[in-house]
Ligand binder design. Structure first.
Ligand code: 13P
Length: 394
């Protein structure tokens, strides 16, 4: 793509794109001023071809992302839930269990790591990154620096991490990462304020442009939190607003849409709303929102699970894949892939094999859901337990 596209140049002084507009010399009737006669500006970068290839690999049929990019503090919460201390050794044991699961690459195309894991080895001295690459799983890296209060807003937050990002992303590329993640949040009960939405969108767009310049496919994740007692219509309204701002700023920052992946929340009622919605309703609202806001140039939509139960997240994904979509519609779950694994492992070496099987069960179920073929039979009670925590922080 990069080699065949005609690149336009940015005139730094005027900050406008100068396209190579090759109109024919004979004026066309206005109805025939077809855009195909105009060279489309696309950001030229040394990595453009690779970005498109990486994004396509991650968005490959029947596969999705295993998100294990919890910060050390959040990983500590996971370990604490099974009575383990938050030590580097325990985090290594847990991540090793996940990343060395035999057969994982059949269902998982990418895995998002926390910085510690990107530089970590297994207890046998093998790089965690190599465990992934061997299974044709693309290594990814969380690059944001977390959320802090947004002054001037309605108790909302903004996501830090742009300072020094370009040097970090180049280092991560050298370490083997090929995609990145930046998670910011939008809270419906807090408004959301126009300021918070704009800040979220601008931060995501700057991060996306910087990541692409370093050869990393950016996952764009404005998580609309499940918190609140609002209905599904309100979530739809907020999601449309958020995604329109995000795409506005992505375009302003000349981000190559073919080389990004999205990580949206599904459009559901608030967690404290009086009624639950069926997977069909969630699929209808979510796809409506995406069709209205996401250009088909984007290769993949990789949903977060956001506190849904493992089974709910899989059923909802399955419902979204009952008819063809313009993009690959798949998963990038953390909680909805890890819950039964943790409960099976319990920190005991003799349970590692069973825990890896539990991971494969979830990965396969979501792979089937990506293909629209999940039936929901034989699921355990544990997998049906919701994981929503009010005011959850990552
Ligand atoms: P959940 O699937 O737990 O919501 O994870 C979201 C996330 O951003 C992890 O990378």
């Amino acid at each position: 793509m990069a080699s065949s596209a005609t690149f336009a140049k940015l005139d730094a002084a005027s900050s406008t794109w100068i396209g190579h507009q090759s109109f024919s010399s004979r004026p066309l009737p206005s109805s025939r001023l077809a855009p195909s006669r105009v060279s489309l500006p696309i950001r030229a970068g040394q990595y453009t071809d690779e970005l498109l290839k990486t994004a396509k690999t991650i968005a490959s049929p029947g596969r999705g992302i295993l998100a294990i990019d919890e910060s050390n503090a959040t990983c500590g919460k996971r370990l604490d839930s099974i009575g383990l201390d938050n030590t580097e050794t325990n985090r290594q044991a847990y991540r090793q269990l996940l990343l060395t699961t035999p057969g994982l690459g059949q269902y998982i195309s990418g895995s998002i790591l926390f910085e510690e894991t990107l530089y970590q080895t297994t207890t046998d001295g093998k790089k965690m990154v190599d465990c992934l690459v061997e299974q044709n799983i693309v290594p990814g890296i969380k690059v944001d620096k977390g959320l802090v209060p947004l002054p001037g807003s309605n108790n909302e937050s903004w996501c830090q991490g742009l300072d020094g990002l370009a040097s970090r992303t180049s280092e991560y590329y050298k370490q083997g990462a090929r995609f990145a993640k930046w998670r910011t949040v939008v809270s419906i009960p807090c408004g959301p304020s126009a300021l918070a939405v704009k800040e979220a969108a601008w931060g995501l767009a700057r991060y996306a442009a910087i990541s692409q310049d370093s050869g990393l496919v950016p996952i764009v994740e404005p998580e609309i939190l499940l918190d609140g007692d609002h209905g599904i219509e309100r979530t739809l309204e907020v999601a449309e607003k958020v995604w329109s701002e995000v795409f506005f700023y992505l375009a302003e920052n000349n981000v190559v849409f073919e080389g990004i992946l999205l990580k949206p929340s599904m459009v559901t009622p608030g967690a404290e709303h009086k009624e639950r919605a069926s997977p069909e309703t969630i699929a209808k609202y979510t796809l409506t929102m995406l069709r209205r806001r996401v250009p088909p140039a984007v290769p993949g939509i990789m949903f977060l699970s956001g506190g849904q139960s493992e089974v709910e997240a899989t059923l909802n994904l399955n419902a979204m894949n009952q008819s063809p979509n313009p993009w690959h519609v798949s998963f990038s779950y953390a909680r909805a892939l890890q819950n039964s694994v943790l409960k099976t492992w319990k920190g005991q070496p003799e349970n590692v094999e069973a825990a890896q099987k539990a991971l494969l069960v979830r990965a396969k179920a979501n792979s089937l859901a990506q293909l629209g073929k999940y039936t929901g039979e034989d699921e355990s009670d544990e997998a049906k337990k919701g994981m929503f925590v009010k005011g959850y922080t990552y």
